[in-house]
Structures are given as C-alpha cells and as structure tokens.
Design a protein around this ligand. Structure first.
Ligand code: ME8
Length: 522
C-alpha cells in the first residue's frame, strides 16, 4: 500500500474563540486535501485542538468546572465550527485524548532513555499569555516586551530540558538542501536567518505540577507535566502512531492503538506532507518540531506551509475591540461556498490579508453572482427553454480553451497554489460568458435556420459548466454538486480526470436550473 498524502492544520487553542484566521487555515487545508483526492491520491486531513496549559486550567477554575469538562464543552463548539466550514477532515485530535497522551509519553520516555533530557534550574522571563519562557532576544529595541506576550514575570524553577542546541548544524543543512521544507521562500529565509545568527538553546519541556497540573505527566518524573509546545506538536505524530502507521510505530518501538484496537489495514501516513500554519508559530514548526523528530528517529515532514494573518479594515482582529469577522454569520448570510471562495481568492498563501465587508460583497457580486452563477444559470436555462433540456450533439468549439485551463489548473493545484487555481478557473468563466455574448444564443433561437448553430453553442456552454464544476469541486463542494445535479448528472464532480472535454452525453436530459448565488441588493 502506498503512503497517503498527509496534511494538517495547526491545533487550535480550545479556549480561543474560533475566528476568521482559524477558518482560513482550515479551509486552505480542506481544499488542498480535496484537490489531492480529486487528482487521485489518497489524502488524510487532520485538524484538532490544543487543550492543555495554564490558561485552560485557570479558565476552567474560574467557571467552577474541571479542566476536562471545560474542554469537552468547548471542543463540541469547535467541532461544530469545523462542520460549518464543510471540512472533509479524516480525524479530529484532542490533546487530552488517551491515544495522544500515550504517544507523548512514549516520545518523552525514548528521549529520556537516550540521555537527551536533563534537569536544571531555570531562571527566566515567562510570558503567561504565551506560556513560554522568553529571552532577552525577544525584547523590542527599546527593551520592553511586545504586548503579544501579555504579563512577563521572572520565574526560578527546576525543570527538564531537551538537548536541542546540538541539532543546529544539521537543521541548517536540511533547510539549505530542501528549499521546499519551509514555504513561502520568505519564511524559509527567515528561519535560516534565525538559525544562522542565534545559538539554539536547550528547550525547557516541563512545568512543575505544583504550578501547572493540567498537562501530560512526565513518565519518568511525576512531579512534572510536559510543556505545552512539546505536547502540542506531537499531535501530528500521535494520530498516525495510534492508527498503526508502520513508520510512526517503528520510531516509537511500540504500538499505541486507538481505542478499539488495531485496524485491519493501518494507513501509511508518516512523514506528514504538509503542516499548514500561521506566521506566528513558524519557529515551533520549522525548528523545534524537526529536531524533536530527528531525536526520536522519525522522518521529518516534507513541508511547513506558512500563511499570513488576516486583519479587518486594516486593524488587528480582536474580540475585545469588536473588530472581528464572524465566519458563521457570514456563512449564514452568504452561504458556505461564498466564504470559502472569498478567503482563498482574496489572499494567497503567504502574505497578510485584509477583510473588508465591501470587498467581500464586491467579489460575491462580480465573480460569483454575475460570473459563475450567471453563466451556469443562463446556459442551463437556455438549454431547457430551447431544447427542452436535452443535450445536443457534441461540439468542441470551447474545447481548446477548456483543455488549456484544465491543464493550468491541474498544475497549480499540484503546487497548492489555490489563489492561482481560482484565477485560472475564472478565465474559463470569463471566456464562456464572453462566448454567450458573442454567439447570442437568444438571437439564434429566433431563427430556425440557425438551429444547428444553436445546438453547437448550447453544447459548448453546458459542457463548460460541467468542466467548471469538476475544477471547482475542492473549493466549492456544495455549489459544484448542485451544478452536477442541475446538469442531470448523478455522480459527484469529485474526480479531476472528469474535467476532460466531452464528458456530457448527447441526448441526456438536464435537471432544473436554479440560481446558485442569488444577487443581493445591499
Ligand atoms: O497557536 N489570521 O493556536 P491558536 C490568520 N495551539 N491566521 C491566524 C490568525 C489571523 N488573524 N490568528 C491566528 C496556536 N491564526 C497553537 C498551535 S500547533 C502544534 C499549536 C492562526 O489557536 C495561527 O497562526 O492561537 C495558527 O496557525 C492557528 O490560527 C491557531 O492559532
């Protein structure tokens, strides 16, 4: 059995409010996973929640709940959020699950047995908000701490350390030899610049249980729990390991089955193909995580793909100032596919983006309602009206345009260039709308001598609608399924190979045309 394409989102802090940035990351991964499946590859999509740590413990206490009960409630909200976004995830990890705790314990035990962990006193600056120790290098030029760290205090405590500093040289070599390991290039350069200018320190991987009880206990020292980033990063590995993935199991030397026991045919997942993350957590994924894996003898992921951050109206998204975009409200008003389309069409994977309601409405109106929606609706309505919904003889006038765009889109999807793929697909939308304006089927229909020409035009339009449904399926699964239904097709547009021109059968009767993106006068 060959390895599945394995792609992950970061895991979200369970006590955070799901927002536009989280939705964006989830949708990116969903579209890449669907695109791979459409292109014929098995794909495994993992998302989930980061549930341990100080803030969760404090918040649960404040609400008079156990941390687990508190997490369980919030996890239900996050799962509903993932459903609302139409995610096709194969699993949903929660770091409080026994399968994950077992794998974190196994990783720690292996490092401990190898002599990669040691105990030492630590005196340092600690950010409560980020749950991380800071060094003087994290200070701003004027010596202050960036407000993102919240309250920063000096702490002295004994802790367990992971010997990370000895791993600097090979990691630099790895990044230099594998330009695709961190993408886009600007982020890779940032990581290389960091590794070449800053001496890596050993990583503190514990917190005394007395200060922080809500974490995974160190198997070899029950006075401590595991530091949250080591715990969180391991999620990507604990799912393959608990499903019996042979590579993950071999690295741990033992199988930690998911409840229910071994699967008959464990999927081959590790190494991960892509971890999609936001720009604030690059160091953890491009430095700490590969070093952790190398130390336990597991292969490194193929790529860390870094997206930018969304702002709203040019300012930071912030619940406290009310500057938020509520994805659920947008979806309720405009539809799921309009939301999925906008975030990926507006913002390429890499730079920061800016949400404006006016920008959203403008794209909805121009590209979805007047562009795609109008093309499908008028093409199928004319076929219904002029030919009783029966598909005429095949004709290939638009085939060269369609075939070129199919090839371009395939190449862009294979490179995970989602914005580029949408731009490519919209060239076909524009070409077909232009074709309607040029051929004027509504005029042809008035002239019986033009019946054959009208047949040709109607075939080209209906077939282009079908091709568009296939190309757009990873992005707009609901809409494209409706397009197939309106074309009278009973299968799903989920196989890219079906984008080959000529798939629509002569003599077949289409279904009922209905507007896909109703125009809104707002
Ligand atoms: O960092 N725009 O969780 P998190 C785009 N639990 N992306 C954004 C964003 C914005 N405005 N705000 C946040 C954590 N994100 C850890 C991860 S992984 C082993 C542990 C992105 O809930 C952010 O960059 O704070 C990150 O990729 C993701 O949302 C989760 O952030």
């Amino acid at each position: 059995m060959s390895k599945a394409f394995y792609i992950t989102t970061s895991i979200f802090y369970v006590n955070g409010q799901p927002h536009l940035g989280h939705a964006y990351e989830m949708v990116i991964v969903d579209v890449i996973a669907r695109a791979r499946r459409s292109l014929g590859q098995a794909a495994f999509f993992l998302t989930g929640l980061d549930e341990h740590g100080q803030k969760v413990q404090q918040a649960a206490l404040a609400e008079g709940k156990t941390p687990q009960a508190y997490c369980d409630e919030l996890a239900a909200d996050w799962q509903a959020f993932a459903d609302k976004l139409g995610l096709s995830n194969n699993d949903f990890i929660r770091t409080t699950q026994p399968r994950h705790q077992a794998v974190v314990g196994a990783m720690l035990s292996k490092l401990h047995d190898q002599g990669d962990l040691y105990q030492a006193e630590y005196r340092g600056w600690y950010s409560w908000r980020q749950e991380t120790f800071l060094t003087d290098k994290d200070r701003q030029p004027d010596g202050s701490w960036d407000p993102i760290y919240g309250e920063v205090v000096e702490l002295v405590e004994h802790n367990w350390y992971f010997k990370m500093s000895q791993h600097q040289a090979w990691l630099i070599e790895h990044l230099e030899a594998n330009p695709s390991f961190v993408q886009p290039d600007s982020r890779r350069n940032e990581v290389l610049g960091f590794l070449k200018s800053v001496k890596l320190e050993d990583l503190c991987i514990s917190r005394p249980k007395a200060r922080l009880g809500w974490g995974i206990p160190l198997p070899f020292d029950p006075e401590y729990v595991n530091y949250v980033w080591f715990d969180a990063l391991t999620n990507y590995f604990s799912v393959p390991a608990s499903l019996g993935d042979p590579v993950a199991v071999a690295a741990l030397g033992k199988y930690y089955p998911t409840a229910g026991g071994p699967l008959p045919a464990p999927p081959q997942l590790w190494p991960a193909d892509i971890h999609v993350i936001g720009k604030d957590i690059v160091k953890f994924h491009a430095v700490y995580w590969p070093i952790m894996l190398q130390a336990v003898g597991a292969a490194l992921p193929h790529q860390v793909l870094v997206h930018g951050w969304w702002q709203k109206d040019g300012a930071k998204i912030s619940k406290s100032t009310g500057n938020i975009v509520d994805p659920v409200a947008v979806i309720n008003e405009w539809g799921l596919d309009a939301f999925r389309f906008y975030v990926l069409r507006e913002l390429d994977i890499g730079p920061d983006g800016n949400w404006t309601d006016a920008g959203f409405k403008a794209r909805y109106q121009a590209e979805l309602a007047n562009g795609l929606g109008n093309l499908i609706n008028r093409s199928l309505s004319m076929l219904k009206r002029y030919r009783n919904g029966v598909v005429p003889a095949r004709h290939d006038e638009l085939a060269p345009d369609a075939n070129k765009i199919v090839a371009d889109t395939r190449a862009l999807l294979a490179k995970n260039e989602l914005q580029g793929a949408l731009q490519s697909i919209w060239q076909l939308v524009a070409r077909a709308n232009q074709y309607v304006d040029q051929t004027k089927p509504f005029s042809l229909a008035k002239d019986p001598a033009q019946a054959k020409r009208l047949d040709e035009v109607l075939y080209n339009l209906a077939e282009t609608c079908r091709v568009l449904a296939v190309l757009l399926w990873p992005f707009l699964p609901g809409t494209t399924t409706k397009i197939y239904g309106q074309l009278g097709l009973s299968d799903a547009p989920d196989q890219f190979s079906a984008a080959a021109w000529g798939g629509l059968n002569t003599g077949q009767t289409i279904g009922e045309p209905a507007p896909l993106f109703p125009r809104k006068d707002t």
